[in-house]
Ligand binder design. Structure first.
Ligand SMILES: Cc1cc2nc3c(=O)[nH]c(=O)nc-3n(C[C@H](O)[C@H](O)[C@H](O)COP(=O)(O)O)c2cc1C
Ligand code: SF4
Length: 478
């Protein structure tokens, strides 16, 4: 195992600051936390006249726990209730909802359909009711729905069987995920149809009362794959303009058919080479010689470095399309999770961290700050803060206070300690026993056919029948 220091052992601000310096990353934080409605994290944000009540955002977190026909289960409802109770005033999409069956990441992913619209509306209502009960008013709560097609990582019918819908043959990912060289790519006319499905799903989201939809462009799924489809021919590949046609056409359709809906985009703002497990279990980059044009926001000459030239172009496009809501993420949980969700403990199929996870956090924060500085008019949500654990509020407060990000997004932390935002804003002591310690069981579970949840820390999942299965499974995998 790595000798990276555990965050829980960094008990003082000096201890944390010294360790950050030892790791050699640029990560700043406020030593004193402020609280109350005028504090940096408690203060509202104005989005085109709508007041979003504070600076915490719940990131989309799926649970692999919907019904086979794409509707929420009791577990899904419980998670959304927790999102509402968190006290965060921006709900970025709830979780990934496939726009059609072949785009589901697993057979239990939620799916948009005429038959499921009332159920999605109910999820939203449960969230709002829980929020009102815990926090009073929901007048300043903004709730969106994330729409997706899982593309290369679709497993619509069997949790264990990939049924990839790809845009181009990728020199590394095809091999890594067993995609045969002759297998078909989505045709331009199939993409035209899919755009129609996104627009229909958005119209259903509007009917279900969501304020915005997130047109997901991150984590290696289809929207993200468009951005790296440099080697694809035809209307949806090659030059930047073609690679963003998918987004532009969906936006035009949504504006036409669901005009009251706002639009957001969650973006992997940078990407690197895929990684694999090295001899000592640590992640190492997959071998690749020469030019690598498949990491959007990465440096094609040196694909372990960030190069935001095209990301800036993408943000220019968002601005042109009058899309104000953007959530910054990175990479993919399938091929370089350490840049996307920094963790000390990998999931069962993962590699040990190749860098101190703080470096992964700092990289996302730095890129987000750079984007916010260049596009102050956009509402920018950051991701990847969970690994900061005890220091999350202090780091978050610094970056929001300094105007380097508008919202602190919470992913894994909301599974472990869902009402952390309320505690921070009211100035209560952090409940350190509930802090996510990045054990990755919420990923190990679903990677092995179980529902996701915080098995180690959430009392509900500790007692869940699948907790025992997870324990046995982890023993077997040791
Ligand atoms: C169990 C689990 C489910 C997730 N589900 C989604 C999802 O549905 N959509 C999405 O865009 N990201 C999803 N993510 C990524 C998170 O939103 C977030 O980007 C990531 O966990 C890093 O943030 P954190 O450090 O706060 O956890 C998921 C992550 C985990 C661990
Ligand atoms: S299982 Fe719980 S502690 Fe582990 S990473 Fe997920 S949320 Fe964090």
């Amino acid at each position: 195992m790595s000798n990276y220091k555990r965050i829980a052992s960094l008990k003082t601000a000096d201890g944390f600051a010294n360790y950050v310096e030892t790791v050699g990353v640029n990560l700043q934080f406020d030593r004193e936390l402020q609280h109350g409605p005028d504090s940096p994290l408690g203060r509202p944000y104005q989005l085109d006249g709508f007041k979003i009540g504070n600076r915490f955002c719940i990131l989309p977190m799926e649970g692999w726990d919907g019904t086979e026909d794409g509707k929420p289960s009791e577990l899904t409802v419980r998670r959304w209730k927790n999102f509402g109770e968190s006290g965060a005033k921006l709900i970025w999409g709830g979780e990934a909802v496939a726009v059609r069956h072949d785009g589901r990441a697993n057979p239990n992913q939620l799916m948009s359909s005429d038959g499921a619209t009332a159920d999605l509306e109910n999820l939203r209502k449960v969230l709002i009711a829980a929020h009102e009960e815990r926090c009073g008013s929901s007048d300043d709560l903004l709730v969106g729905l994330q729409l997706t097609h899982s593309g290369r990582f679709a497993r619509p019918n069997d949790k264990k069987r990939l049924e990839p819908r790809i845009l181009y043959h990728h020199p590394i990912l095809d091999r890594k995920f067993n995609i045969q060289p002759g297998s078909p790519c989505l045709t331009d006319s199939e993409i035209d149809d899919l755009i129609g499905d996104f627009v229909k799903a958005a119209a259903r989201a509007e009917a279900a009362g969501f304020a915005f939809v997130d047109l997901k462009h991150c984590h290696g799924y289809l929207g993200h794959e468009f951005l790296s489809a440099t080697t694809r021919e035809g209307r949806y590949g090659g030059p930047f303009e073609n690679r963003t046609r998918f987004l532009r056409e969906i936006v035009a359709g949504v504006r036409r058919d669901a005009p009251r809906l706002m639009i957001g985009v969650r973006l992997s703002a940078f990407d690197f080479l895929p990684f694999k497990m090295g001899d000592d279990r640590r992640g190492v980059p997959e071998g690749h010689d020469g030019f690598y044009p498949h990491a959007f926001g990465g440096d094609a000459e040196d694909p372990l470095k960030v190069n935001l030239a095209e990301t800036f172009q993408f943000f220019d496009l968002l601005d042109e399309l009058k899309i104000k809501l953007v959530c910054v993420s990175a990479g993919s949980p399938y091929y370089n999770p350490h840049i996307q969700r920094p963790a000390l403990f990998p999931p069962s199929d993962g590699y040990a961290p190749p860098e101190d996870p703080l470096a992964g956090v700092a990289r996302q924060i730095e890129v987000t700050s750079e984007l916010k500085a260049r596009y102050p008019q956009l509402c920018v949500v950051g991701s990847g803060y969970t690994y900061l654990q005890d220091w999350l509020p202090n780091v978050g407060q610094f970056y929001v206070r300094a105007g380097k990000v508008d919202f602190v997004g919470l992913g894994r932390m909301v599974l472990a300690y869902h009402d952390l935002p309320l505690d921070v804003i009211k100035g209560a002591r952090l409940q350190t026993k509930r802090l996510c310690r990045t054990f990755s069981d919420c990923t190990t579970g679903p990677r092995n056919g179980l529902v996701s949840g915080c098995y180690p820390l959430d009392p509900f999942y500790k007692e869940h029948p699948q907790a025992e299965q997870l324990k046995v499974l982890k023993q077997q995998l040791k």
